[in-house]
Design a protein. Structure first.
Lengths: 90, 302
């Protein structure tokens, strides 16, 4: 099982949890698992086989979009972080 | 050197080797953007955006900003004889208001609880109902990455015969897109790497995912790597930068150095990595981490 950290803006879809666990060897499998176990959360971040545009997914601190996307490998010791896309640079 | 205007001193910042922070066999360089006239990299962006806007008589500048961009715009506006209005959340720190007011900018408050999204929305409203105002909007203004293509990036490649990676902070995306493209023109195999801050807790004004935002000038596919940096990691690296190299840099620069060291370690022997340090540490003195106390990351970002 892999730990998935849930940002404040998505916690109501995760029953208030800051962290949930999911199974899978890739980001795609983790997302599919979330859709099964926590459909409200899963659907908010992943739909029709794609990550939603305003969601960033990180595996061990690195954005999967600059790795192998949904094929990025995930291990049981990995931490997956979900975050809303945010601009900085005030 | 004698310049005829402070605006002529924007850019042309030095590179310094970080010999004490470079992993063995690798060379880290820092580009010191804190040496721009108002103390940040945003001087380049402000000058480029104002010149591109080419205001007509009677027009005024408008920007939602509570940070470095506002200060840079205030300097450029003053020296070019334009009026500037900055829209910022009502709870922005007194220091940020004070410096803009000293430079002569007008401040308009947006609702505190709506955060920076609220400032953007209010600025757009003002610009829409009064055509006197020209909103520059650094997140969507092509002059922003262009300033870094023609300036920041060009300066780096002209100084270094070889480089393997460029690391910069991810804010609007302007630095990474512009300087990154210029570095790739010269060194096609160089990596362009983003150091991304973890958002503060709770992200102000962000009530739903639909409030999220990807700046139009940012193309994530043009980045080779994009790494999250926690407040604790950024703070620790900023402190090491000061302790070991005597370099007093801002929080985002800590994040950039943290990532630059990691990338340098991953690259083979002989690798050259350039870290762009956006500003100095002066504006962050009230931030607790300079005191050296342990930072509870969970409090800061969860």
């Amino acid at each position: 099982m892999t730990v998935v950290r849930v940002p404040p803006v998505l916690r109501s879809e995760a029953g208030g949890a800051r962290e949930v666990v999911a199974e899978g060897a890739t980001v795609r499998e983790v997302m599919e698992d979330l859709r099964r176990t926590l459909p409200a959360l899963g659907e908010r971040v992943y739909e029709a086989g794609e990550l939603r545009p305003f969601v960033n997914v990180y595996v061990d601190g690195e954005d999967v979009r600059t790795r192998s996307g949904l094929d990025t490998p995930v291990s049981t010791t990995s931490t997956v972080i979900l975050l809303p896309a945010m601009a900085g640079g005030r | 050197m004698v310049a005829s205007s402070l605006l002529d001193l924007i850019g042309g910042t030095p590179l310094v080797e970080l010999g004490r922070l470079s992993p063995p066999g690798r060379t880290l360089y820092a580009k010191l953007e804190g040496q721009n006239p108002t103390g940040s990299i945003k001087d380049r962006v402000a000058l480029a955006m104002v010149e591109a806007a080419d205001l007509e008589p009677g027009q005024e500048l408008l920007e939602p900003t509570s940070g470095n961009t506002g200060i840079s715009l205030a300097l450029v506006a003053k020296l070019k004889g334009y009026k500037l209005t900055c829209v910022m959340p009502a709870n922005a720190t007194p220091e940020r208001r004070a410096i803009l007011e000293l430079y002569g900018a007008t401040i308009v408050d947006s609702p505190a609880e709506q955060g920076s999204n609220g400032a953007v929305a209010l600025a757009q409203e003002i610009a829409a109902r009064d055509d006197r105002f020209v909103m520059l909007f650094q997140y969507a203004n092509e002059a922003n990455p262009r300033a870094h293509y023609e300036g920041t990036g060009a300066e780096i490649v002209s100084e270094l015969p070889h480089m393997d990676a460029l690391v910069a902070g991810l804010g609007t995306g302007g630095t990474l897109m512009g300087a990154g493209a210029r570095v790739r023109d010269a060194y096609p195999n160089a990596l362009v790497v983003a150091a991304e801050p973890l958002p503060g807790d709770p992200v102000m004004g962000l009530r739903s995912l639909e409030d999220g935002y990807v700046p139009p000038i940012l193309d994530v596919s043009a980045l080779d790597r994009k790494l999250l940096v926690s407040n604790a990691e950024a703070a620790a690296a900023a402190r090491v930068l000061l302790d070991r190299e005597g370099l007093f840099a801002g929080v985002s620069s800590g994040a950039v150095v943290h990532v630059a060291r990691r990338i340098a370690e991953e690259l083979p022997d002989g690798a050259v990595v350039v870290a762009i340090l956006a500003d100095g540490g002066w504006k962050y003195l009230s931030a607790e981490f300079w005191s050296g106390e342990e930072i509870d990351e969970a409090v800061l970002w969860w």
